[in-house]
Ligand binder design. Structure first.
Ligand code: GLY
Length: 396
């Protein structure tokens, strides 16, 4: 490898919440860190995300659901400390709201499903409370009178990803991270056994001892990895709206989740209404049908939503793996670390991912963290070798 380009201990590819959290933490431990972002920092999936910190609401049946729960609970527990430290380092608040979440059923079928979900969560020892319709409406008076049942999840909270991203940028700058925007990475450079750095699309080579791949759905567009070793990451489209109540806050306080969507209050009269889940490749186009479905479902539950002003309609691409669990851990080359595939939970998982990657960067001399085993990137070895499933194609 030549000596062109800047030398770093660590190059992080991807300037979303995951990449910036890792870069901040690594620089805080004295490492020379360069972060590469193909667009503007935080311009991709993280900026679109609603910011639910909802491991209990999200838990699904089956072993993958259990693994995600273990990861999510651990990261949710890290969030208050992470938010506080980030706010102190950046000198700005990050919008963590500890309001809890309501899961809501609107008809008998949904109520039956919610009872099943309640039993499942109780069997896992999770704190979930059954609420009658009147009890739910005491907590959230704007809910439709027709609701059938609700579950309260007191420990599932939310954070506003945009102030988090702004704070991460400042924290990275203050920690000495070299932030390079509009710098799309093209390939991982290596000698067959260990990484040597990253080559940018314009040909520049950045030498580094360690490369962290944290580019979400765009991670799959990097070339240069040994055949069959890339984590298969696919983009999963989500359409999401940002709404504002001209009358100010008060329509809803808690995160509201229901069949087909969610409403996340920001506490100041702004609400996030999401989200579609669409397997449409790199399609970033909003559709009338997507918006209609979101509003229709939400209005049944929260009629007052129809009065809100539309501030923004955005489309994001969630990075999904074949089992929709993250891929965090060492790659097939020495010095290569994956930190991608967080699917619906990138904001939730950022503190834990940064912690796990930091432990690897610091040598990982001790016994492997069991959480790293849960998200081992090597589990996709055979799928990757077979070239499945679809990778995210071109980087832009
Ligand atoms: N985390 C919510 C979503 O992916 O829509």
């Amino acid at each position: 490898m030549g000596s062109e380009g800047r030398t770093a201990d660590v190059v992080v590819v991807g300037g979303g919440v995951i990449g910036m959290s890792i870069a901040w933490r690594a620089a805080g431990r004295g490492m020379r860190v360069t972060l590469l972002e193909r667009d503007r920092l935080g311009a991709g999936t993280s900026r679109v995300a609603a910011g639910m910190l909802g491991p209990v609401a999200e838990v699904e049946f089956g072993p993958a659901g259990r693994r995600l729960l273990d990861l999510g609970l651990r990261s949710a527990a890290l969030w208050p400390g992470f938010a506080q430290e980030l706010a102190e380092r950046a000198g700005s608040e990050v919008g963590l709201r500890r309001t809890g979440t309501l899961l809501i059923a609107r008809d008998a079928d949904e109520a039956g499903e919610l009872e099943r979900q309640l039993d499942f969560r109780r069997a896992l020892g999770l704190d979930v409370r059954r609420l009658s319709p009147s009890a739910a409406r005491e907590l959230e008076p704007a809910l439709a009178p027709a609701l059938r049942l609700a579950l309260e999840v007191p420990d599932d909270h939310s954070v506003d990803p945009r102030p988090v991203l702004a704070a991460l940028r400042r924290a990275c700058e203050r920690a000495g991270v070299l932030l390079r925007e509009q710098a799309p990475a093209a390939s991982v450079e290596h000698d067959g056994a260990r990484v040597q750095g990253v080559r940018l699309q314009d040909g520049e080579l950045l030498a580094a001892g360690t490369v962290v791949l944290a580019a979400g759905p765009w991670t799959a567009s990097l070339s240069g990895l040994p055949p069959g070793t890339a984590v298969p990451v696919r983009p999963v489209k989500g359409q999401i709206m940002r709404l504002r109540d001209p009358a100010g806050p008060g329509l809803a306080e808690r995160v509201l989740r229901f069949e087909g969507g969610y409403v996340v209050p920001r506490g100041d009269g702004r609400y996030v209404l999401g989200a579609t889940v669409e397997e449409r490749g790199l399609d970033l186009g909003p559709t009338a049908g997507g918006v209609y479905e979101l509003l229709r479902e939400a209005r049944e539950l929260l009629p007052g939503i129809a009065e809100l002003e539309i501030e923004e309609l955005t489309v994001g691409l969630r990075p999904g793996t074949p089992d929709n669990l993250p891929a965090v851990g060492p790659g097939a080359l020495d010095g290569l670390i994956w930190a991608t595939g967080h699917y619906r939970n990138g904001i939730l998982m950022a503190p834990l991912t940064a912690e796990l990657v930091l432990s690897l960067l610091q040598g990982g001399a001790g016994p492997a963290d069991p959480l790293l085993e849960l998200c081992d990137p090597a589990r996709f070895g055979e799928a990757a070798a077979a070239g499945a499933p679809a990778a995210a194609g071109a980087a832009r």
